[in-house]
Each structure stands twice: as C-alpha cells, then as structure tokens.
Design a protein around this ligand. Sequence first.
Ligand code: NAD
Length: 344
Amino acid sequence: MVKIPVRAERNYQVSIGVEWRSVISDISSRYTQILIIAPQSMKDLLSLDDDRTFFTADGESQKDIAEVVRVWDRLGELSIGRKGAIIAIGGGATTDLGGFVASTWLRGIDWFAIPTTLAGMVDAAIGGKTGINTSAGKNLVGSFYSPQSVDIDLTFLETLSDRDFAAGLAEVVKTGLIADTSILTLIENCNSLKEIRQISSELIAKSVAVKSGVVSSDFREGKVREILNFGHTFGHAVEKMSGYTLRHGEAVSIGTVYALYLSEELGELDPVVTERARGILTKIGLPTHSKEFEWDGLLGLMHGDKKAHSGSLRFIGLAGIEKPIWLESVPEAAARRAYERICR
Ligand SMILES: NC(=O)c1ccc[n+]([C@@H]2O[C@H](COP(=O)([O-])OP(=O)(O)OC[C@H]3O[C@@H](n4cnc5c(N)ncnc54)[C@H](O)[C@@H]3O)[C@@H](O)[C@H]2O)c1
C-alpha cells in the first residue's frame, strides 16, 4: 500500500491499494452514526446496507442544491449528530457532493472519501474542494473542507467503463503537463487504453503525489494551487454548454488543448508541446477539438468563472512542460483566436 500525506486545515492521508469494505468497517467502528453517500448507478455493484446509505442521482445531476436538501433531510431523519460521519463513495461528483454536505451539516461533521473513478482517485477526492453547480456555472457554491482520509481501492477501476477511465486520464495528462513529465512518457509508452489500465497504480501514485504537494503548499488556492486549474476555465465552459453530456474529463481535454493554443497565441509556448499533448489525448481517445459551442456563450461563462478577476480573462497556461504560468488580462482577440483553432 502507498500512503501519501496531505497538509490542509487538518493533516490526512491518501492510501492507495486499500480494500474498501475494510475501510468502511473500520470507520463504522469509530463513529456511532454513519451515512454513506453513493450513486444509485452503483447500487448493485456496492450492495450496501440500504438503511444507512443515501443513493444519489447519477453523474453531474447530483451536484445540485435539490440533492443537497435530500441528503440534509436524510441526515435529519437519522438524527446524525456532531459525532456522526459521512462516507462518500463514488466518482468525483459524489465526493464533491458528500464533502459539501459534510461541511454544512451542523456546521461541519467528519467525512471520508472513497473514490471509485480514476478522476476521483487522482483529483476530485483530494484537496478538500467540495461543491455543487448552479444555473450560472460549475462548482460556484462550495467549501474548502478536507476529508479525514482518502482511501483508494484500485479494484474499482475494473468496472469503470473505458469512457470514464479515459475521462479520468485527462486529469492525469494535465498533471503530467504542469508538473511531472514522467507521467506523459509512461502514457506515451503504452499502445492502447488496455495497456494504460495496466499501469494505473503508478499513474495514480504520481498524480496524487503532485496534487497533494500542491494542495499542501496552498490549501485555499492563494495562487500556487491555481496551476491545477490548467485546462479548466475553457473546459468548465464547454462542459456547462454541453448540458453536462460531456464527461468532465472530456471537457478538460478540449480545455487543455485550448490553454495550449492560448499559450502559443500569447507567445509563451513552443507548438511542439501542444502537438505532443494533442497526440497523447488523441491516443487515449479524448476529444481535443469541437465546433459545437458558440463563442459568445463560452466567453460569458469564462467571465463568470471563479478564476476571473474583475471581469478580465485569466487562464493558467504553459511556458513549457512542467512550467505553468498565469495568463492575466488575456485580450479577447487572443482568446478568440485560440477558440477558432479548437473549432477546426
Ligand atoms: N473537488 C475537486 O477538486 C474536483 C477535481 C476534479 C473534478 N471534480 C469533479 O468531479 C466530477 C467528475 O468526476 P467523475 O469523472 O468521477 O464523474 P462522476 O462522479 O459523474 O462518475 C462518472 C460515472 O462513473 C460511474 N462510476 C463511478 N465509479 C464507478 C465504478 N467503479 N465502476 C463503474 N461505474 C462507476 C458513476 O456512477 C458515473 O456514472 C465533476 O463534477 C468535477 O467537477 C472535482
């Protein structure tokens, strides 16, 4: 088992290679009251005790205030007190929801994350960002509220569809681009998604090490942590405009290529890096271009993004691999030119 520490408002560990049922038994022995939150679509797979499990809507639709109210009601019915705890088991949408509910119930109770998707294992469950969406955009309501632990059971990847596995790889590639080129090489050395699956544990350990290191140095996203948003400003806008029919990682893949084009447009990046990244994303089977989304809508959403400052466009770009940069006050004309290349 690999254990990686995270320093945040409390210190905790990410454990890679656990057996999830033992983790639940252990947590249950330490708390008098537990509510497990899991997606309805995993009900058969998990076969959990219905009395203490809240089954959520599937996918992004669970990150909604109506779903939060339903969980609050269930916590009330079960009279979960300050000494109770929540266990969120599922993909990134479920851990985002579970963490958010935990942060708001009785002004904060303990919670535990058991991520079951690759995106959850390498990204969403780590770092204490919890949240839900609003009609104005993604993750606009939320909290910084760390779990007590993140426990990764790699056997969950066996049932994960190729589509969801590939979507999770978008975050792995992002991590490689901003901070660890060895991740990119590992993927480049594989000839198929099947081969990439075989090196999952190595990719997860490397990605978690980067994320926990960045989060530990800047938990509340003063500045350094913003590098993890590489590809996400355009990606979130695309994801919202798709009506969440695109997986988060698919939108991030398009957003990654956009951020690279923008870095080129602003004279910071050698196009060779963009081509390398595009090659990796394409090999994984992720989208890198789309004509589907009109510019005005995307622009409006990007202006409303949490990372925008006083109405000006801001992005994380790259000056090279492992060299993230802050692109401040980006002129709309440059942003538009990068968009036009995404439409090709
Ligand atoms: N908090 C953060 O720092 C952070 C970081 C990255 C992403 N996110 C959020 O994470 C979400 C995306 O996460 P995701 O890609 O895991 O999506 P998801 O949670 O919607 O899960 C995708 C699908 O996989 C299914 N699934 C989950 N585990 C499975 C398994 N083991 N076997 C079979 N099916 C399984 C789910 O039921 C769902 O249908 C987005 O909402 C994104 O905003 C948050």
